[in-house]
Design a binder for this molecule. Structure first.
Ligand code: ADP
Ligand code: ADP
Ligand code: ZN
Length: 214
């Protein structure tokens, strides 16, 4: 099963992608997580990506596409995967389609997690991410048992640099101009499915499971 998560920054793509990956035992592939791991390790790729991420801009397609194609070519992706944060532009989607077509394969579902812009700033300012395992929480909606400490691994939680309100506004603009057109793109391919992302996390997940298993 090959799934793409679509939606604005903060819509809950990562939260749902992790639950899908656990339930169906397929890898959760997040280009944002790959970039952040590279930044943490001080790689050349990380340094380059950071310039764009700090501005709320997209990392150029050439860089992003290569990383993603390398990742999904790995052994653990052969039975499927859930992509979170890729594709984010029409050219990225086209490259992915071409690579899959060459393998006689295609995307099964593109799930659009729909959340209005009004809710996004609140989601992002409350988002906390684990420095060690990448788990994501929300200070009000999805709190940890002990404040500031990851439930899964006990490491410290941080507010991402690019989750400050000024940068979030920029990222929303970028989303509307560059990423939202993918909704029409995958609708035309017959694989788009919509879920209401304003519901409780568990209810959104139940809706996703229903559509994957119908
Ligand atoms: P969010 O889940 O909040 O939308 P991500 O972790 O997916 O954030 O992405 C963080 C940043 O990483 C983006 O703002 C962008 O700069 C960069 N990025 C991640 N994925 C891509 C992509 N597919 N194309 C270009 N840039 C990307
Ligand atoms: P994305 O990957 O789309 O950027 P995240 O999955 O990181 O989004 O979620 C953004 C923030 O909103 C996080 O703090 C997360 O804990 C919280 N969140 C996710 N899903 C929900 C939900 N259904 N209701 C309320 N908050 C949510
Ligand atoms: Zn953790």
């Amino acid at each position: 099963m090959k799934i793409i998560m679509l939606g604005a920054p903060g819509a809950g793509k990562g939260t749902q992608a992790k639950m899908i990956a656990d339930k169906y035992s397929i890898p959760h592939v997040s280009t944002g997580d790959i970039f952040r791991a590279n930044i943490k390790n001080g790689t050349a790729l990380g340094m380059e990506a950071k310039k764009y991420m700090d501005q709320g801009q997209l990392v150029p397609d050439e860089l992003t596409v290569k990383i993603l194609l390398d990742r999904v070519a790995q052994e653990d992706c052969k039975n499927g995967y859930v992509l979170d944060g890729f594709p984010r532009t029409i050219p990225q989607a086209e490259v992915l389609d071409k690579a899959l077509t060459e393998l006689g394969d295609s995307i099964d579902y593109a799930i659009n997690v729909d959340v209005p812009d009004e809710n996004i700033i609140n989601r992002m300012s409350g988002r906390r991410a684990c420095v060690a395992c990448g788990a994501t929480y929300h200070i009000v909606h999805i709190p940890t048992k002990v404040e500031g400490i990851c439930d899964r691994c006990g490491a410290e939680l941080i507010l991402r640099d690019d989750d400050k309100p000024e940068t979030v506004k920029k990222r929303l603009d970028v989303y509307h101009t560059q990423t939202q057109p993918l909704i029409d793109y995958y609708t035309a391919k017959g694989v788009l499915r919509e879920v209401d992302g304003t519901k409780d996390m568990k209810d959104v997940f139940a809706d996703i499971v229903k559509l994957l298993e119908q």
